[in-house]
Design a protein around this ligand. Structure first.
Ligand SMILES: [Zn+2]
Length: 69
């Protein structure tokens, strides 16, 4: 996966937001390390797909959102 850039501050401190129930241990570990954000159990076409750790901006990446539903 190529690194995303924040559309607001152009930082590359961007992590994916994961939705749904997290059952596997690796995902929990990744979220603890700040490599991804857990978005909870939500569904919707307009939910943000990425989170910027630099400016706390959440945004929707169309490419990543494709195939989600
Ligand atoms: Zn940002």
């Amino acid at each position: 996966m190529k690194p995303k850039k924040c559309p607001k501050c152009k930082s590359d401190q961007v992590v994916p937001i994961l939705y749904g129930l997290v059952k596997d241990h690796d995902t929990w570990e990744q979220s603890k390390r700040g490599e991804l954000i857990l978005g909870g159990v939500k569904v919707g076409p307009h939910l943000p797909t990425h989170y910027c750790k630099a400016c706390h901006h959440k945004f929707l990446d169309k490419e990543a959102a494709k195939g989600r539903f």
